[in-house]
Design a protein around this ligand. Structure first.
Ligand code: DOR
Ligand code: ZN
Length: 347
């Protein structure tokens, strides 16, 4: 009998996750903490996390939801608005627990209404970020309804990102959850301190997944899944060994009833089984040896944090993704519910 293959790797981190707030923290934090040593926690709460005091209080609520048996460090972010002051940036740097500032163009996605209406209004604040080295984490889509939803990332690069990086060339930028070849090429070739996170779902699926045999709301996220050549470009970037590309799940829990809805929310829930999903992608690309850099090294290096020193294991072991999980007083459907996975990760 052949023994199942086990891969040992440095414990990974998730450089982009949504944990939400309130009672659901108890349901979602253990999933992320079981897989990842640290995670960059998105600030798009209602109301958004716009001050250091709010980030500190949110951090405490997350820490209270970590099971006693697990070790996990939430890395906090601030939500950039037209009114975020340069002083708030200095306080963020001094805090030691805020590791980035998130730019949501107003209206781009879930709870982005308070986001930036015009980047020009933020220039003094962005200059303070450039001066202090605090990374800007960008949801890179234009919001104009006249721009086709499948083109909004590529148009963002031309209209917003390139001019911004020309004005502030030393600003450290993470282009979050990239979905196009345009973005992968831009990040690969850009000058300066530039990186990107890539989700498991954008590596696994193209836009057909949303429409396969009927409308499938659990495959709807923002930025929306793109055509197959884009997916292939993302896989190529993820397995390239280029340290500019690293893991960020963008796991985003929404109640089942709000996903399976006439106007369903954007977001895929992958926190439960993220490493298993990434492992399948890397295995299929014959690049399992590149997974550790992508999942465990490059993000920490970009954020100027130490690499983790403990380990996790991926074992070849089949298990079924549950059809539903608990989310407070309602249900949560994980991505690919009911499918058999080939790997089991223990962090
Ligand atoms: O699909 C998404 N869901 N994309 C985002 O940018 C936000 C996220 C959420 O918060 O639900
Ligand atoms: Zn996100």
């Amino acid at each position: 009998m052949t023994r199942p293959i086990t891969l040992t790797l440095t414990r990974p981190d998730d450089w982009h996750v949504h944990l939400r707030d309130g009672i659901v923290l108890q349901d979602v934090v253990p999933h992320t903490a079981a897989q990842f040593a640290r995670a960059i926690v998105m600030p798009n709460l209602k109301p958004p996390v716009v001050t250091i005091a709010m980030a500190a209080a949110y951090r405490e609520r997350i820490i209270a939801a970590i099971p006693a048996t697990m070790r996990f460090e939430p890395l906090m972010t601030l939500y950039l608005t037209d009114n975020t002051s340069p002083d708030e940036i200095r306080r963020a740097v001094d805090s030691g627990f805020v590791h980035g500032v998130k730019l949501y163009p107003a209206g781009a996605t879930t709870n982005s209404d308070a986001g930036v209406t015009d980047i020009q209004r933020c220039m003094r604040t962005l200059e303070a970020m450039q001066d202090t080295g605090l990374p800007l984490l960008i949801h890179g889509e234009v919001t104009e309804h006249s721009v086709d939803i499948f083109d909004r990332e590529a148009v963002f690069i031309d209209r917003i990102l390139q001019p911004l990086r020309k004005s502030l060339p030393a600003l450290r930028v993470v282009f979050e959850h990239i979905t196009t070849k345009d973005a992968a090429d831009y990040v690969r070739d850009a000058e300066g301190d530039m990186a990107a996170t890539i989700t498991a779902h954008h590596l696994m699926y193209n836009r057909n997944a949303i429409f396969q045999g009927g409308i499938r709301p659990h495959y709807y996220c923002l930025p929306v899944l793109k055509r197959e050549p884009h997916r292939q470009a993302l896989v190529a970037a993820a397995i390239s060994g280029n340290p500019r590309f690293f893991l960020g799940t963008d796991s985003a829990p929404h109640p089942k009833g709000l996903k399976e809805h006439a106007c369903g929310c954007a977001g895929c829930y992958t926190a439960l089984h993220a490493m298993e999903l990434y492992a399948e992608v890397f295995e299929q690309a014959a690049a399992l040896d590149k997974l550790e850099g992508f999942a465990s090294f490059f993000g920490a290096d970009f954020y100027r944090l130490p690499r983790n020193t403990t380990q996790g294991t991926l074992q070849q072991h089949e298990w079924v993704i549950p059809s539903e999980l608990t989310l407070g007083d309602t249900a949560l459907v994980p991505l690919d519910a009911g499918r058999i996975l080939r790997w089991k990760f223990s962090g």
